[in-house]
Design a protein around this ligand. Structure first.
Ligand SMILES: Nc1ncnc2c1ncn2[C@@H]1O[C@H](COP(=O)(O)OP(=O)(O)O)[C@@H](O)[C@H]1O
Ligand SMILES: [Mg+2]
Length: 250
């Protein structure tokens, strides 16, 4: 189990200190899927980075299976089984796809690179020997990055907007991959996403806004809110006032 207790993160920005996370309280169980969602800039990636150790908490505690990891470095957290697939993955220049996957898998996880690529909708024949460089599109890079996380035996796997840049077919494969991971391992899966199909995988939905947890809720509740939202235009009140609603464009 991963616990965040009153976690806060304040960074040194150009114009002084910026508080990007405050009073984050979360209890994340093994073998569950959590989908983190909420407005852009709300702090979702920052929560993932605090869990991974990329951002150092300035207050509060992070416990992994009861062990205090609040100030442990990234490498140690990685060894303890925390993995994060970046929203915008760095490019590992000079490394071939199969080398990255072998490095990620280490000696602990027996899985084939071919299967891993299939899980993210990439064909092994085309990719295993390709060097990861600027010729990779954003979506390809993202999928290789996700495969490198799938390669690992993790306690906590964080996926930051995995859908970005991914075509529909690969997206379908990816949702099945998350389901399989959930079925076959005890990993706590945290997916940052705005996608309805991903929301439908959630055991719980964590809403993040203004640097904190605004609500922990069910997928049913979020999905019904989305339906309501779709029925009204986003500026319904303004449009009513201006008489723009139900304008016939025909
Ligand atoms: N390295 C950083 N330095 C200063 N501010 C940052 C940094 N990273 C993120 N922020 C700020 O923290 C807030 C939350 O960002 P982020 O966690 O990326 O949001 P989300 O992932 O929900 O879109 C934003 O206002 C963003 O500008
Ligand atoms: Mg983000």
């Amino acid at each position: 189990m991963l616990e965040l207790i009153n976690v806060g993160v304040t960074l040194d920005g150009e114009d002084g200190k910026v508080e990007i996370l405050k009073n984050i309280n979360l209890k994340l169980d093994n073998k569950k899927i959590y989908v983190m969602t909420g407005p852009n800039g709300g702090g979702k990636s920052s929560v993932a980075k605090a869990i991974m150790g990329i951002f150092n908490p300035t207050s509060g505690k992070i416990l992994l299976d009861g062990v205090d990891i609040t100030h442990k470095p990234i490498t140690e957290r990685a060894q303890l089984g925390v993995g994060y697939a970046f929203q915008q993955p760095p490019r590992f220049k000079g490394l071939k796809v199969h080398e990255l996957l072998e490095l990620s898998a280490g000696k602990t996880h027996a899985c084939s690179a071919c299967d891993l690529l299939y899980d993210v909708g990439l064909c092994a024949q085309d990719y295993l020997n390709r060097e990861i460089n600027t010729t990779f599109s954003g979506g390809e890079l993202k999928r290789v990055e996700i495969a490198s996380i799938l390669a690992r035996d993790l306690k906590v796997a964080l996926f930051d907007e995995p859908e970005a840049g991914i075509d529909l077919w690969s997206f379908q494969r990816l949702t099945e991959t998350f389901e399989n991971m959930n079925r076959n391992t005890d990993t706590t899966i945290v997916i940052i996403s705005h996608q309805e199909r991903i929301l439908r995988l959630a055991d719980e939905v964590i809403m993040i806004a203004d640097g904190t947890v605004s609500e922990i809720t069910s997928q049913e509740k979020v999905l019904s809110t989305i339906e309501q939202f779709d029925k009204n235009c986003r500026c319904a009140a303004d449009c009513d006032r201006e008489g723009y609603r139900n304008v016939n464009f025909a």
